[in-house]
Design a protein around this ligand. Structure first.
Ligand code: TXA
Ligand code: MG
Length: 311
């Protein structure tokens, strides 16, 4: 076991904040049953108090105790995809208090698969409220260093766990109403969910209540980002001159100093996305040009994050 895990669990018990690796992105954890700990979590992140936070567990049974109704579809998804990059929104039980649900009658539940997250959650033995470990609205962190870049002394411990394998946040499916609704695309695709649920999934409605991943400009670098179709990239670089950074599938162009070439395979692309955007953001250019990914379903989650990054 990672030797810091024991200390991390003690910190959580004492109401402290621990950043920990998950397979999607790093989370910033607090005891989900402690109003004071969760209040501190929101303060450190500068997150508005009415935004609900996901509660993390090591096992399915204690996770479902936080829901007052567990539909058959949720059981099926848990059996198939937990632990893994899937968050389910269910009707909350009395365990999920207003300070984690943002006052909503539902709660977000997830079992991360990263071994360090598993160890921590098992050692702590209860629900851990954890948003991504970045300042509100910024890019999510996929390494311990990214967490340190956003927070210096405000958090009590950062557990190291290498680069997050999935690289973008979990898929969120809302099963708290009638038909299931996809709130955020992610590592588990809509098609995979539909196969397990044996029913169609609706896409998020535009005015879905208080769901921060639903804000138009979110997961965003500080440098203005622009999505550019592949056939316009060359002209766009010519028009803007040397002051741009580029994230593209093609080989670097001599005119541009900051260029990151991305994989043409969506899983490899997702894994590197946030680190790449952070690196280009740090270059201090006038704009980041992002070559648009293909319009196919396997790029849905990435297209979602890039569209938000471009505001
Ligand atoms: O991959 C992930 O999900 C990461 C890791 C750390 O687990 N966590 C994460 O948390 O991305 P956060 O807080 O950055 O994003 C969680 C999203 C937010 O957009 C939040 O509004 C939504 O989940 N959410 C949580 N509970 C909800 C609820 N009851 N109803 C609707 N949306 C909810
Ligand atoms: Mg986040």
């Amino acid at each position: 076991m990672n030797p810091d895990v024991r200390r991390a669990a003690e910190i959580l018990r004492a109401g402290g904040l621990v950043a920990f690796p998950t397979e999607t992105v790093y989370g910033l954890g607090a005891d989900a049953s402690s109003a004071a700990a969760v209040a501190r979590l929101y303060a450190v992140k500068s997150r508005p108090a009415d935004h609900p936070v996901i509660v993390h567990f090591a096992d399915t049974a204690p996770a479902f105790e936080w829901a007052r109704e567990v539909p058959a579809g949720a059981q099926a998804l848990a059996a198939r995809y937990w632990p893994g990059p899937l968050t389910m929104i269910l009707k909350r039980s009395v365990k999920a208090q207003d300070f984690v649900t943002g006052g909503q009658d539902s709660v977000g539940l997830r079992l991360p698969s990263h071994p360090v997250a598993q160890q921590l959650l098992r050692k702590f033995g209860a629900g851990v409220a954890a948003p991504s470990a970045n300042l509100f609205g910024n890019l999510s962190p996929t390494t311990g260093q990214h967490v340190r870049d956003d927070f210096s002394r405000q958090i009590d411990l950062i557990l190291e766990g290498g680069s997050s394998e999935v690289g973008i946040e979990s898929t969120i499916v809302d099963l708290s109403g009638g038909a299931p609704v996809l709130l955020r695309p992610g590592g588990i695709s809509k098609t995979q969910l539909e196969e397990t649920l044996n029913s169609k999934i609706e896409e998020k409605k535009s005015h879905y209540p208080r769901h921060s991943g639903g804000l138009e400009r979110h997961y965003a670098p500080k440098t203005p980002a622009v999505l550019v179709p592949p056939h316009q990239l060359d002209a766009e670089i010519a028009r803007r001159g040397a002051s741009v950074a580029v994230l593209a599938f093609s080989r670097p162009d001599e005119r541009v100093d900051y260029w990151i070439r991305m994989p043409r395979e969506p899983r490899a692309y997702a894994q590197r996305l946030y680190a790449a955007l952070r690196e280009l953001d740090a270059a201090g250019c006038g704009a980041i040009l992002i070559e648009s990914p293909p319009e196919t379903a396997e790029w849905d989650a990435i297209r979602d994050r890039l569209t938000r990054a471009a505001g």
